[in-house]
Design a protein around this ligand. Sequence first.
Ligand code: HEC
Length: 143
Amino acid sequence: MRKIGVLGASALALAAAACTQQPQAMTQAQLVERGSYLVNNIGGCNDCHTPMTPQGPDMQHALQGADLVIQLRPGIDVPWAATAPQIAGGPAGYTDEQFVSFLQNGERPDGTRPRPPMPAFRFNEEDSRAVVAYIKTVPRAQN
Ligand code: HEC
C-alpha cells in the first residue's frame, strides 16, 4: 500500500512537471506580432490588397483595397478578379471566427471562394488567429 502511494505521488509530480514545461499560450501582443510577420513578410497580402506605387505597396493605405497591377494573366479563360477588396480591420461581413476559418479553407462565410489571383491559403489555426489579430489592428480607409 505504502509503495503504491509513493509511486502515485511520483507520477503526480512528473505530471505536474510536464504541465509546467508546456509552452505558454501567446499573449495578444505576440499574436499580433506573428500576424504582422505572416501578412507582411510571408503572405504577400500587400502586393494585391494595398495600392501599388513604383516604389512598392503604399503602406499609408495598407490593406485598404486596390486595383490589381499584376499584368500576368492565365493563358486559358478562367475567372479572374481585377480588384482586391479592403481587408484592413477585417473583411466586410466576416466575424473573427469566419475570417479564421476562411484563412484555413479558403471559403467565404457564404461558401463561395474568391477568384484568382487570390491565393487559396491553408494557414493552420494558430497562424490564422495571428493573421486575424494583426489585420484587425490595421486601420480601415477613412471615407
Ligand atoms: C495575388 C494577389 C493577392 C494576394 C497575394 C492576396 N490576395 Fe486576398 N484577394 C485578392 C483578390 C483579387 C480578391 C478578390 C477576389 C474576387 O473578387 O473574387 C481577394 C479576396 C480576399 C478576401 C475575400 C474578401 C471578401 O470580400 O470576401 C480575403 C479575406 C482576402 N483576400 C485576404 C487576403 C489575405 C489575408 C492575404 C495575405 C495572407 C491575401 N488576401 C493575399 C488578391 C490577393
